[in-house]
Write a protein of this length. Structure first.
Lengths: 181, 282, 252
């Protein structure tokens, strides 16, 4: 096994500090399970260490990392059989609590509900739409990099992001209506 | 898993599990096992009057041996060995205030004997890899030998002697010499040796890599290591008048002296207020 | 530009005159932009989840194990995660140039790298100061010299250490480690006050003397009342009292 030099260790450590949180959030958005998300973060860094020679410096690092991440996610899903069913309501209510307090209590309650609703809408998005939204909005990835990760054209990315947010909007309003009734 | 097994020494209760009491020439011995030999072990000793010796050995358990001896109470009068109780009263308990417990692989030996009465000279043997944490309040000398775990020792009135240590050492005495000899220094362990009144005398392997921070307010620093000094603080000349009104001069080096040996490494701090610092090469 | 084209531009950076012109003339697209825009913005408000501390521990353990040449990523008990982090931070500092980036301070990547290293050092210092072993806490105090003197978090941790650490040696080391913080405009007032307030809390002579010396060096006159109290208190060790007297003289 090729020896890992001090320099490579340092490099990976810095990359870890920079990327492990967003990576965690990516996995959490995709599967809703904290433990699984943490396991997957480990798996990704392990694979990056192991397959470091396959990384082409000309390639965007983020793109490479998320490719590994998606593969790891898929492998996990295969191992675990059917996707885990997460109790969305408890998941979402907990998040609503995390919303930062606003000086106006009423506003914060309603904002909290909006965000809870938003979160639910996100979770109800079809997986591929959710993923592209997470990658572009939360990970702040460039369209070129997303294209590389998803294996499509850059132009397609733009369209898909737009469609994803439209879908989110529809689900959100549907949920709002449901609530009001 | 969280059960605390308590042994109240000297109460003569034979039903205590895993404890062996042996009375021999006024010496008592108690064996206390560590519940999980595969996990790190820790020994904590608190309180006590009398001398304390802790020794690493090849066994698995903590063996605590102690000799009680009467020491004068606060009024200065020694009590007789027969412990005459005051009229109409009887004494409760044998060796008062000695608690030995084990919890989560930590053996705790606690003696709270502040007001005279029985002083205990203790010898404790533990597996060599045990980490040792000792804090005595009014103890006599403290000796720790053959331990490869982390050593943390604080003595109030008495010397701290540490021999054949191969883990880390953090030692302090309020009034007493700090005498330490390390067989081996782990590559990344920080250490500190300090006393208010007394010498700090430390012996290290010749190839130790470290950064020394040395400070003595009244005393000199000696070493046979080749120390590469960092910016030297200028000496300060102090004038003072002694009892007869005569003017006295004392040369004091203000501030901490810093230097490295063998290219540098983790920090070792040597501090004394009134005393010399001696750092020997082994 | 058609409505379809315009819509796909919305999120991918709707620049260009064509896009702006289309919006001016098309109300439905304008509405869409504002709705989508609001939704897009509010996604930002969703609270960010944080992973547990275990992730970091496991990562550094794995890294350590990998370096040891183990085929499996089995964590070795001997390795503490912060040891790897510390080693990594040190190597990064040394590699600042060898990262393939020329020493150009304006390059964002190098600045970011510096920030990451700085926050890693802070992390290492803070974590070490909470460890069970006195030797580790000493290491944490040494690490505090590596952080910026404006780092309030580390400074506060040091003050807590001075006031509450169970080990005399660690308290002593922490007093010295506060020195750089008295030189930084951001923290020097807090640092000085902390040292003044720490003095009455200490009962161990060697730490008391270290604090007194520090105050004398700083010529901190606000400490004079406390120093006078020490001089006249018969329960205080005579060495300490003399030192307090000396400090008062020095501050004249």
């Amino acid at each position: 096994m090729a020896e890992v030099s001090g320099g490579q260790v340092a490099r990976l450590a810095v990359l870890f500090e920079r990327h492990h949180r967003p990576l965690f959030r990516y996995f959490l958005s995709m599967n809703g399970n904290r433990e699984l998300a943490e396991d997957l973060v480990q798996e990704v860094f392990f694979r990056m260490l192991r397959y470091r020679t396959s990384y082409d410096p000309a390639q965007s690092f983020t793109a490479w990392m998320y490719q590994i991440a998606r593969n790891a996610g898929v492998d996990q899903a295969r191992k675990r059989g059917t996707a885990q069913v997460v109790d969305i309501d408890t998941f979402v209510d907990r998040r609503a609590e995390l919303v930062s307090a606003s000086p106006d209590p009423e506003e914060s309650v309603s904002r909290g509900q909006d965000l809870a609703l938003l979160r639910r809408a996100m979770d109800q998005l079809p997986e591929d739409k959710r993923e592209i939204l997470v990658l572009s909005r939360f990970q702040g990835m460039k369209h070129e990099d997303i294209a590389e990760v998803l294996g499509c054209e850059v132009g397609t990315v733009k369209v898909r992001v737009y469609r994803a947010i439209r879908a989110l909007e529809q689900i959100y309003f549907a949920l709002e209506k449901e609530k009001a009734s | 898993m969280n059960m605390t097994r308590r042994l109240l020494a000297g109460m003569g209760l034979a039903a205590l599990a895993a404890a062996q009491l042996r009375a021999q020439d006024g010496r008592q011995q108690i064996t206390m096992p560590f519940r999980d030999p595969s996990m790190p072990r820790k020994l904590v000793v608190e309180g006590g009057t009398g001398s304390l010796t802790i020794r690493g050995y090849q066994g698995q358990d903590a063996i605590i041996e102690y000799t009680g001896r009467e020491i004068p109470g606060a009024n200065g009068r020694g009590r007789s060995g027969r412990n005459e109780p005051p009229a109409g009263m009887h004494r409760i308990g044998g060796s008062r205030g000695l608690d030995i417990t084990e919890e989560s692989n930590t053996v705790r030996v606690n003696s709270q004997n502040i007001f005279g009465g029985t002083a205990r000279d203790m010898v404790i043997q533990v597996p060599a890899q045990t980490s040792v944490n000792v804090k005595t309040m009014f103890g006599g000398s403290m000796t720790i030998e053959n331990i490869s775990g982390d050593i943390e020792a604080e003595n109030f009135n008495g010397q701290v002697t540490i021999n054949n240590a191969s883990g880390s050492v953090v030692a302090h005495s309020m009034n007493g010499k700090i005498l330490v000899s390390l067989d081996r220094v782990a590559a990344d362990k920080s250490m500190s040796f300090s006393t208010f009144n007394g010498d700090v005398d430390v012996t290290l392997p010749a190839d130790t890599k470290a950064r020394f921070k040395m400070r003595t307010d009244f005393g000199e620093i000696y070493t046979d290591f080749d120390v590469k000094m960092e910016a030297n603080a200028a000496p300060v000349v102090e004038e003072s008048k002694d009892k007869s009104g005569k003017s006295r001069r004392r040369v004091r080096v203000d501030g901490t002296q810093t230097g490295t040996i063998n290219g540098g490494g983790p920090e070792m701090q040597f501090t004394t207020f009134n005393g010399r610092i001696l750092i020997h090469k082994k | 530009m058609t409505c379809d084209q315009a819509r796909t531009q919305m999120l991918g950076g709707g620049e260009g005159k064509d896009f702006a012109e289309h919006l001016e003339s098309c109300e439905s697209c304008r509405n869409e932009v504002s709705r989508i825009g609001t939704l897009w913005q509010s996604l930002d408000l969703l609270p960010m989840e944080e992973p547990s501390g275990q992730v970091r521990e496991r990562f550094y353990e794995m890294l350590g194990a990998y370096r040891q040449g183990l085929a499996s990523a089995e964590p070795r008990r001997a390795f503490q995660w912060w040891q790897m982090a510390a080693a990594a931070a040190l190597v990064v500092v040394g590699l600042g140039i060898g990262y393939g980036v020329r020493e150009d301070k304006s390059r964002p990547e190098l600045v970011q790298l510096r920030e990451e290293v700085a926050s890693m050092r802070q992390l290492v210092a803070l974590s070490l100061m909470q460890q069970q072993s006195a030797s580790d806490r000493l290491r944490g105090v040494s690490w505090s010299y590596q952080v910026e003197p404006s780092d309030e978090e580390v400074m506060n941790a040091l003050v807590t250490t001075v006031n509450h650490d169970p080990s005399v040696n660690v308290r002593l080391a922490a007093v010295d480690a506060l020195r750089p913080f008295t030189g930084s405009p951001a923290t020097h007032v807090m640092a000085r006050n902390a040292v003044i307030q720490a003095l009455p809390k200490q009962t161990t002579p060697i730490v008391q003397v270290a604090l007194i010396d520090f105050l004398a060096e700083l010529k901190e006159r606000n400490a004079a009342p406390e120093l006078r109290r020490l001089v006249s208190d018969p329960d205080i060790d005579s060495g300490v009292r003399k030192r307090a007297e000396w400090a008062l003289e020095r501050m004249q």
